[in-house]
Design a protein around this ligand. Structure first.
Ligand code: UT7
Length: 329
C-alpha cells in the first residue's frame, strides 16, 4: 500500500473591505508613515466592520474552497481553526462556521498558538488525514486583531490587522503535500506578548474594563530579538533535515510580522526576494491569518511539485516551520 500524505488541494482567503492606512493612524496616535514603513513594512491593514466576526471570514474561506474543489459542505469531515480571537470564548469558531455553512457532517475545534496558529493547525489536520480517520479537513488560520487592540497604544495598533485564510487537506498517494514539520514552544516568553485579562487568571471585571490588561501587550524589541533568530534558525533547520539547498526551495511563506524578520529569514536560507511571499504592506500582521493569506494570493504562481517552506514565530512563544510539496496543478 502506498504511503498516504496530507496534501493541500484548495486554498482561499478573506479580508474585510475596510482599510486602515498609516495616514489614518497618524490621526489616531503619535506616529507617522515613514516610521511604520521603515520599521515594519506595513502600509495599510484591514479592519472588520461592527457586528461581524472571525466566523464571517471563515464562512467565505470555506465556501471559496468548496467552490474551487467542487465539493459540498456536507463532504467536509473536519474544520480546525487556528485563532486567538474567535467569535466567543466558547463555543469554538469551528462550531459556528460548521453551522453557518451547513457542514453538518463535520466536527472540529479551535487551536490557540498565536502567530504560529496556522502551522500548529496544519500539522494537526495532517494527522487525521495520514491516520485515515478523515478524508477532507479544512484548516483555517485567522484573527480579528482589531477586537483586542488598544487604538491609543502606538506600539501595537500599527502592527496588526484582520484576515483569515484556509486550505483543504486531502489524502495523496503521489508523495505530495506535507513532508515534514518542526514545531517549537517556550512558554517562558509569554510575558513579552500577551493579553493579560479575560482568561481564568484575570477575568474581566468592572475594575479592569478598558485598562491595558484587556488589550494586546507587546514588548516589541524583546519579541523581535527572539523572532529574528528563531524563525531563521528553524527555517534553516528544516532545510538541513530534508537535504534542501536554496535552489531546491521554490517558495518561502513567512509569517508577516515584520519585513526585517522576513528578510533575515530569507537571507539565512539563501533565498532571493523573488522566492519570498510578502504582502505585509497590504494586510499587516493578521496573526494566524498571514500564511494562508499568502498562499491564497500566490495561488496562481504556485506549481504542482513546488517545494514550499512555511515559517512563523509568535506569542507563547511558539514557532516552527513546515516543508510541503505543492499538490495543485
Ligand atoms: O507576530 C508575532 C511576533 N511579533 C513580532 O515578531 C514583532 C517583533 N517586534 C517588532 O516588529 C518591532 O519591535 C516593532 C515594530 C514592534 C517596533 O520596532 P522597533 O524598531 O523595535 O522600535 P522600538 O520599540 O525599539 O521603538 C523605537 C522608538 C521608541 O522611541 P525612543 O525610546 O527611541 O525615543 C518608541 O517609543 O520608536 C518609538 N515608537 C514609535 N514611534 C512612532 C514606538 N512605536 C512607534 C510608532 N510610531 N508607532
Amino acid at each position: 500500500m502506498k504511503k498516504i500524505t496530507a496534501a493541500i488541494t484548495a486554498v482561499h482567503g478573506a479580508v474585510p473591505p475596510k482599510k486602515l492606512t498609516n495616514a489614518d493612524l497618524e490621526k489616531m496616535v503619535d506616529t507617522n508613515d515613514e516610521w511604520i514603513v521603515s520599521r515594519t513594512g506595513i502600509k495599510e491593514r484591514r479592519i472588520i466592520e461592527k457586528g461581524k466576526a472571525l466566523s464571517d471570514l471563515g464562512v467565505e474561506v470555506v465556501e471559496g474552497i468548496c467552490k474551487k474543489r467542487g465539493i459540498s459542505p456536507l463532504d467536509i469531515d473536519m474544520i480546525i481553526v487556528g485563532t486567538i480571537t474567535g467569535d466567543y470564548k466558547f463555543p469554538s469558531t469551528s462550531n459556528v462556521i460548521c453551522d453557518k455553512v451547513g457542514a453538518t457532517n463535520a466536527w472540529g475545534f479551535d487551536l490557540s498558538a498565536a502567530c504560529s496558529g496556522f502551522l500548529y493547525t496544519l500539522t494537526t489536520g495532517q494527522q487525521f488525514i495520514e491516520n485515515g480517520t478523515a478524508k477532507k479537513v479544512i484548516v483555517i488560520g485567522g484573527d480579528i486583531m482589531s477586537s483586542i487592540l488598544d487604538y491609543t497604544d502606538r506600539a501595537t495598533c500599527i502592527i496588526f490587522g484582520d484576515g483569515a485564510g484556509g486550505v483543504l487537506l486531502e489524502p495523496n498517494e503521489e508523495g505530495l503535500g506535507i513532508q515534514d514539520s518542526i514545531l517549537k514552544a517556550d512558554g517562558s516568553g509569554r510575558k513579552f506578548l500577551l493579553q493579560e485579562a479575560g482568561g481564568s487568571l484575570e477575568p474581566i471585571t468592572k475594575e479592569n474594563v478598558g485598562t491595558p490588561a484587556m488589550f494586546v501587550h507587546q514588548e516589541g524589541k524583546s519579541v523581535f530579538k527572539f523572532a529574528v533568530t528563531n524563525m531563521a534558525d528553524v527555517s534553516a533547520e528544516i532545510m538541513e533535515k530534508n537535504n534542501l539547498n536554496a535552489d531546491d526551495v521554490d517558495w518561502l511563506v513567512p509569517h508577516q510580522a515584520n519585513l526585517r524578520i522576513i528578510d533575515a529569514t530569507a537571507r539565512r536560507m539563501g533565498l532571493p526576494k523573488e522566492k519570498v511571499m510578502i504582502n505585509i504592506e497590504k494586510y499587516g500582521n493578521t496573526t494566524s491569518g498571514t500564511i494562508p493569506l499568502c498562499l491564497w494570493e500566490w495561488e496562481e504562481k504556485l506549481k504542482k511539485g513546488d517545494n514550499v517552506v512555511l515559517a512563523a514565530f509568535g506569542g507563547g512563544f511558539t514557532w516552527g516551520a513546515i516543508y510541503l510539496k505543492w499538490a495543485i496543478d
